[in-house]
Design a protein around this ligand. Structure first.
Ligand code: NAP
Length: 343
């Protein structure tokens, strides 16, 4: 078996500890740990059966692979400190695990001859145990010096992960997408659960009720992809139901209402992509989410992108009004007995 490199961890938090422990299990040789507090460094060093150092540079000096797993804002200053204090050498590989930052935040180590690479696990680490459990099978985004990429790829393979390589300038967009998939998913479920809590359910009851639905939806996405997995009133072009939702949500705080309507607008795009509604129907549903009727009562118009109105961008009809001509099946509610819009 090929000899695995020696490594040091600078920043003994969730990611640093999980990576260190997993890599030791895979045959990598720990040679030092440093952290902001000596107690964190010692705790991880004991688990790794290695030494804790006060100075990051002292821990890094003996390592072929150095992991800077501090918080994002400390990566640059830590890399600079290690470089200044002689912790780097030619051919050494220095890794950070931030999704938002590129490897160029570690420029000072490059100036000392080391290779810099960012290896971001596309995974959420709430604690060390969870991280250890979730890391195998996760995907990693690699970015940085070409010379460091083979070692980074080997590392991912040893962690039983998969990887793709991205450019430094793409990291902010890459990270924005990860935030949506992980952090916003948490907020989305919080939003849904808080509506159920308004109806009198406890948080646990609401989560117990929602989880089979969430899991089923995830299974569908895994099986058929996002657009084909879309069901519900937007996919059916059911404007009447959406209006009732918007009406019912009026009793809730503005963020909940905004989140519902903004996500509804995005969902219109998904439904049009999968072809379950036409551009005109999409425009009509979008108007519901933008509460165009209320805006129009104040004498304003609502602008929609031309591709959602089904008309040309320069046309004055791009300023959509709620009119029978536009609405198709979405606006059947106009025929309800009271006349006008249900309020
Ligand atoms: N958590 C996630 O879900 C996740 C996922 C992917 C990537 N990441 C990335 O992984 C990195 C680490 O995140 P984390 O969640 O593991 O953070 P964390 O649990 O807060 O750990 C950060 C550690 O860095 C140490 N530290 C802070 N400033 C330091 C400094 N100047 N010098 C040395 N050590 C310092 C802290 O030490 P003390 O304990 O000694 O105070 C702490 O233990 C970040 O770049 C993050 O963006 C995180």
């Amino acid at each position: 078996m090929k000899r695995k490199p020696s490594f040091a961890v600078i920043g003994a938090g969730k990611v640093g500890s999980a990576l260190g422990l997993l890599l030791k299990e895979r045959g990598y040789r720990p040679v030092g740990v440093a952290s902001r507090s000596m107690s964190s460094a010692q705790k991880l060093a004991e688990q790794l059966e290695t030494r804790a150092f006060h100075q990051p540079a002292a821990a890094a000096r003996a390592a072929e692979l150095v992991f800077i797993t501090t918080t994002d804002r400390e990566i640059g200053p830590t890399a600079s400190l290690i470089a200044r204090q002689g912790g780097c050498y030619s051919g050494q590989i220095v890794v950070h695990t931030s999704g938002a930052l590129a490897s160029n935040i570690m420029e000072p180590v490059r100036q000392q001859g080391a290779w810099a690479v960012s290896v971001h696990p596309l995974q959420s680490f709430a604690n060390v145990a969870g991280a250890r459990e979730n890391l195998p099978g996760s995907c990693f985004a690699l970015e940085g010096d070409e010379q460091a990429l083979p070692a980074a790829q080997e590392l991912v393979k040893d962690l039983q992960g998969q990887y793709f390589v991205i450019k430094a300038e793409d990291k902010p967009l890459y990270h924005a997408a990860a935030v949506v998939a992980s952090n916003y998913l948490v907020s989305l479920i919080h939003l849904s659960s808080s509506i159920y809590q308004e109806l009198g359910l406890s948080e646990k009851q609401s989560l117990d009720a929602l989880f089979p639905l969430i899991q089923g939806t995830l299974n569908n996405i895994a099986r058929v992809g996002t657009t084909a997995a879309l069901t519900g009133p937007v996919a059916r072009g059911d404007g009447a139901t959406l209006l009732r939702h918007m009406q019912a949500l009026k009793g809730m705080d503005w963020r909940t209402q905004q989140a519902y309507s903004r996500l509804g607008l995005y969902t219109v795009k998904v439904a049009m992509e999968n072809g379950s509604i036409t551009a005109n129907e999409g425009a009509a549903l979008s108007n519901i989410f933008m509460e165009v009727d209320q805006i129009e009562q104040k004498g304003n118009h609502c602008r929609l992108p031309a591709n959602e109105t089904g008309r040309t961008a320069d046309s004055h009809v791009n300023r959509l009004r709620l009119s029978h001509g536009h609405i198709g099946r979405c606006f059947r509610y106009r025929r309800h007995p009271g006349g006008g819009l249900p309020r």
